[in-house]
Design a protein around this ligand. Structure first.
Ligand code: NZQ
Ligand code: ZN
Length: 381
């Protein structure tokens, strides 16, 4: 076990009615002006916006809307939100949505409190925010686990870059499975696949033997697969949605990552693919994972064998990988890049740019070079 410091800054309110309970307890602690942040309009159609706005007004808050946060939120949108927050002297941000809304708000929160451009601050000066407008997250689409960490993933369009920016961690999160009822089935499954990916990527990093993190990661993978299968049988199985919601938070709240190195190479490739294509995150991962794992199977054979046994009930590393590949198909997730919704045609030239610009992880199972990343991407075509 490597040295670590660990704390949980986010209080979680889970279950039916959790939003009302959370807001009644948390709103008295925050100032008068609240930014209500959301995406492209699903919250208006399903009534969540009205419910939350009513609770905010009843608590005597003045509400400033910040709307239109897109999937794969852009740096320009972050700056728009930070400007709005400064102009209205926002005291508190309530982020209502999936990973995209929560991530955008994490960086809005930090950027609004600093003069310097936050990307320059983090990537050129190597400094990270120490303060931000306090925020809460109400999850309406689960999978990323963004609600319990301070890392955001932002697309900087001018730089053709999608990557992490450290922002503010939500002080509380609302996880009500009912709030996900209207999420389209493909998003439900791709979100859940993202959770599976987070646990696999953590597990395939480096840890010492008998590290509890491996055991917990495998349990989360197994539980995610079981509950995804329940949703394949009945997409409205709200108990399964709730199980997946907690799997999602558990996989990305940091508890799996303490005291070890993680892999996350698939994420690095997918994020940069997202910079060029604006593809859906979970679907991009579903396409890339099997190809990447074919490349590193022999470098982590014992781990893949354990994964095969404990997640899919198979005997060998190869059988585990085959089972994962078959599971992706069973879920109806994309298996080829051509199946991804993309803003550009995905050509070998685009893949070369992705391979040339994605982040390369320098640890186990085995570092890749850019040529191998390009090969992996070409195998996904
Ligand atoms: O914008 P609206 O209209 O709300 O529609 C959204 C969006 O189109 C829709 N949706 C959300 N809740 C809904 C709903 N539709 C109907 N009913 C509801 N209740 O779902 C669509 C996708 O939303 P989005 O937030 O983009 O999905 P997700 O939660 O998968 O987030 C993806 C983003 O998170 C980043 C990804 O890279 C991507 O940018 N990630 C963030 C991480 C983190 N901060 O820890 C970790 C992840 O690895 C990931 O990289
Ligand atoms: Zn992810």
């Amino acid at each position: 076990m490597n040295n670590f410091t660990f704390s949980y800054p986010t209080k979680v309110y889970f279950g039916q009615g959790a939003a009302a309970q959370a807001l009644q307890q948390e709103l008295p602690k925050v100032g008068r002006t609240v930014m209500l942040a959301y995406g492209g309009g699903s919250v208006k159609k399903n009534g969540i916006y009205d419910q939350l706005k009513k609770l905010l007004l009843e608590a005597g808050k003045e509400v400033v809307d910040f709307s239109g946060i897109m999937p794969n939120p852009t740096y320009a949108k972050v700056q728009e939100g930070a400007k709005l927050a400064r102009e209205h002297q926002v005291d508190f941000i309530l982020a209502v949505g999936g990973g995209s809304v929560v991530d955008c708000c994490k960086v809005v929160s930090a950027q609004a409190m600093i003069e310097e451009d936050i990307w320059n601050m983090e990537y050129q000066s190597g400094k990270f925010p120490t303060a931000g407008i306090s925020m809460g997250a109400v999850i309406t689409a689960s999978g990323t686990g963004a609600e319990m960490n301070s890392g955001a993933v932002i697309t900087y369009e001018e730089k053709m870059w999608k990557g992490p920016i450290v922002g503010t961690c939500a002080s509380f999160a609302v996880l009500d499975p009912d709030y996900t009822a209207s999420v389209p089935p493909m998003q439900v499954l791709s979100g859940a696949f993202d959770t599976l990916s987070h646990a696999m990527e953590t597990y395939l990093g480096t840890s010492d033997a008998d590290n509890v993190s491996d055991d917990v990661a495998l349990a989360i993978m197994r539980n995610t697969v079981v509950n995804m299968r329940r949703l394949l049988a009945n997409i409205n199985d709200m108990q399964a949605r709730g199980n997946l919601m907690w799997d999602s938070a558990m996989a990305e709240n940091g508890i799996l990552k303490v005291g070890r190195l993680t892999d996350f190479q698939t994420h690095q490739i997918e994020h940069q693919l997202g910079a060029y294509t604006d593809c859906n995150h979970g679907q991009g991962l579903a396409v890339i994972h099997p190809a990447y794992y074919r490349h590193i199977l022999k470098d982590a054979e014992a781990k893949f064998t354990r994964f095969a046994k404990e997640v899919f009930g198979k005997n060998t590393a190869q059988e585990g990988l085959d089972a994962l590949t078959a599971f992706i198909k069973e879920c109806g997730l994309p298996t080829k890049l051509s199946e991804l919704a993309s803003k550009v045609e995905i050509t070998p030239e685009v893949l070369r740019k992705v391979a040339d610009t994605c982040n390369l992880i320098q640890c186990n199972p085995r570092p890749l070079d850019r040529e191998e990343v390009y090969q992996i991407l070409c195998e996904c075509m």
